[in-house]
Ligand binder design. Structure first.
Ligand code: 6GU
Length: 250
């Protein structure tokens, strides 16, 4: 089993969230884990990300993980025995015998902030990055507990989608963001888009910073920002203002 970062801990020693990622391209995650808030969360031991190379459990000399579909058709299908073996290879490291097993697929439910909130409460999550045409239906039936998509477009695999999901989850784990960053998070958690923001200089290419932001009146500033937020949302994403549009769609 190939593992990043090298300082992997077994679940029993982990306080926070353990995320296992099953992929045929583990190298794609190397840089992702090395920057910004994700890196800091790993360093603080608030999250542990274990990237598992599915190919490591392949048993033939070509390390085959896929095969042609029964009934014919274009594309290849990921083998159920390989996926099951890869999933089982994580067992010695895990505490929970019944973790959430999440398949990243365009056929999944739409991932949103509510899903991020919900998943951040677990302490063990397994993400399976689909590739090729599909994964064998029987693996899906037997092992997958949730299927998530990050939007209505087709990616070549679940790897980037799983990075999106991991990033969104990690920033919600208590202690990952500092007080300052948490304030930013709050303003998005209310289901509205953010207000416009300005920094120096006061005048830029003929455009001035709105007077209210220079007024020093904190109540007025707060009110202006709230109004801009609502206005922005109504203009750009009216769907967000409808009740319940950000619910976990189960
Ligand atoms: Cl999760 N996977 C793939 N392959 N494509 C997608 C996606 C996931 N979400 C949107 N498009």
């Amino acid at each position: 089993m190939k593992v990043f970062p090298v300082t992997q801990k077994v679940q029993s020693e982990m306080e926070g969230l353990s995320i296992y990622v099953l992929t045929i391209f583990p190298g794609l995650f190397e840089q992702f884990l090395r920057y910004g808030i994700v890196k800091r969360a790993i360093e603080k031991d608030l999250v542990s990300i274990i990237v598992v190379n599915i190919r490591d459990v392949a048993y033939d000399k070509h390390k085959t993980v896929d095969d042609t579909p029964y009934g014919g058709g274009a594309g290849m299908v990921m083998k159920p025995d390989i996926l099951a073996a890869s999933l089982k290879s994580t067992l010695p490291f895990r505490e929970h015998r019944q973790p959430r097993v999440i398949l990243l697929t365009p056929q999944g439910k739409r991932f949103n902030q509510s899903w991020a909130n919900k998943l951040s409460l677990f302490n063990e999550i397994i993400l399976i990055c689909g590739r090729y045409r599909a994964i064998d239906e029987r693996f899906r039936q037997l092992y997958v507990t949730d299927e998530l998509s990050i939007g209505d477009y087709v990616l070549s695999g679940g790897e980037y989608a799983s990075m999106v999901v991991i990033d969104a989850i990690i920033r919600l784990i208590p202690g990952v963001l500092n007080d300052f960053e948490s304030g930013i998070e709050d303003s998005f958690q209310n289901g509205l888009l953010d207000c416009p923001w300005y920094t120096k200089p006061e005048m830029f290419e003929g455009l001035r910073v709105p007077d209210v932001l220079l007024s020093g009146n904190h109540a007025d500033i707060k009110k202006w920002r709230q109004e801009q937020s609502v206005k922005n949302t109504r203009l750009r994403r009216p769907d967000l203002l409808k009740n319940g549009s950000d619910e976990v769609n189960e």
